[in-house]
Design a protein. Structure first.
Length: 302
């Protein structure tokens, strides 16, 4: 099976690739743990070839469009940030990655930056482009939850502004490395505990420090179930994020893009606040964005 072109999402810890047809259909998928963190600059091309070599034809260059941390300063080649307000994609800002294999022609998508308050994104701009490919008239706010959640204002096809929240990373640090690790389960859930903690945090975000320690205290004194503690920790942190991001989402058309589990959690949290968010699959939006980038690049080269 040979790919007409290849879509790549290359993050800090993982590499994912899709063999695409000329019509934009997925012909095959592949993934590995060859993320940016584990590679030197000269290790990117071999890592990609290990994954997609079987999709390449001899005597023909196969276009590869890649997004994510592969374009970071520590990546294959640096794709400089583009300052907002701007469209999520720009064919002219895609950087050619140096390749020794003549079968490869790799282009890296640039991330976005914001001067004040200072912020950056890499990878999310491609998901935003995917959403706009499906909804070109979208005017509202996108929430992209994850390790570092992003909230982006979209208007007239452009990213106007955005803000990052380290909610996912804070959850992992508190659940796995703080004193709360003795009380928070590694898995499991309690919907009621999540909803209660979410509501409390949104109404009183200033009390987050004290509320967090009650998880440990209640586990010792009242036998708080570890699954309930996990849900309450998540509810508290997401609640603080929603309270801070209220100027973004209040009264706006909201789309949430991400993996089903975490995106569903944010949709439930926003719905509890009276919002009407729509949920979109993160992988689908990434592929749609990469497809849009490929079309832009192809059009620019003709």
């Amino acid at each position: 099976m040979l790919a007409d072109w290849i879509a790549v999402d290359w993050g800090t810890t993982h590499l994912r690739a899709w063999a695409m047809s000329a019509a934009g259909e997925v012909q095959a998928t592949a993934a590995s743990d060859a993320g940016m963190n584990g590679l030197s600059r000269d290790g990117f091309e071999p890592a990609l070839l290990d994954l997609v070599g079987g999709w390449l034809a001899e005597g023909r260059q196969t276009p590869v469009i890649a997004c994510g941390m592969v374009g970071a300063r520590q990546g294959w080649a640096e794709a400089p940030y583009r300052a907002v307000p701007c469209t999520p994609l720009d064919a002219g800002a895609m950087i050619a990655a140096p390749c020794s294999d003549p079968r490869l022609s790799v282009r890296l998508i640039a991330g976005l930056s914001q001067a004040s308050p200072a912020d950056v994104m890499r990878g999310e701009e491609t998901q935003i482009a995917g959403l706009l490919a499906a909804r070109p008239d979208f005017d509202g706010v996108l929430c992209l939850p994850g390790t570092h959640s992003k909230w982006a204002r979209i208007s007239a096809g452009e990213v106007v502004s955005f803000q990052t929240f380290m909610t996912g990373e804070l959850f992992a640090l508190l659940a796995e490395q703080s004193v709360l690790r003795h009380s928070v389960a590694a898995a499991g859930w309690d919907d009621d505990a999540f909803a209660e903690a979410l509501s409390d945090a949104i109404s009183r975000p200033d009390r987050i420090g004290a509320r967090l320690f009650t998880l440990r205290a209640e586990a010792l004194l009242s036998g708080l179930a570890p699954e309930a503690a996990r849900a309450r920790l998540s509810g508290a942190l997401i609640g603080v994020e929603l309270a801070a991001a209220r100027p973004y989402w209040l009264g706006q058309d909201i789309a949430v893009i991400g993996a089903a589990g975490i995106a569903g959690t944010y949709v439930a949290a926003l719905t509890a606040q009276g919002a009407l968010p729509q949920q979109y699959d993160g992988d689908e939006m990434t592929r749609a964005g990469l497809t849009a980038a490929h079309a832009q690049r192809k059009g620019a080269s003709q």
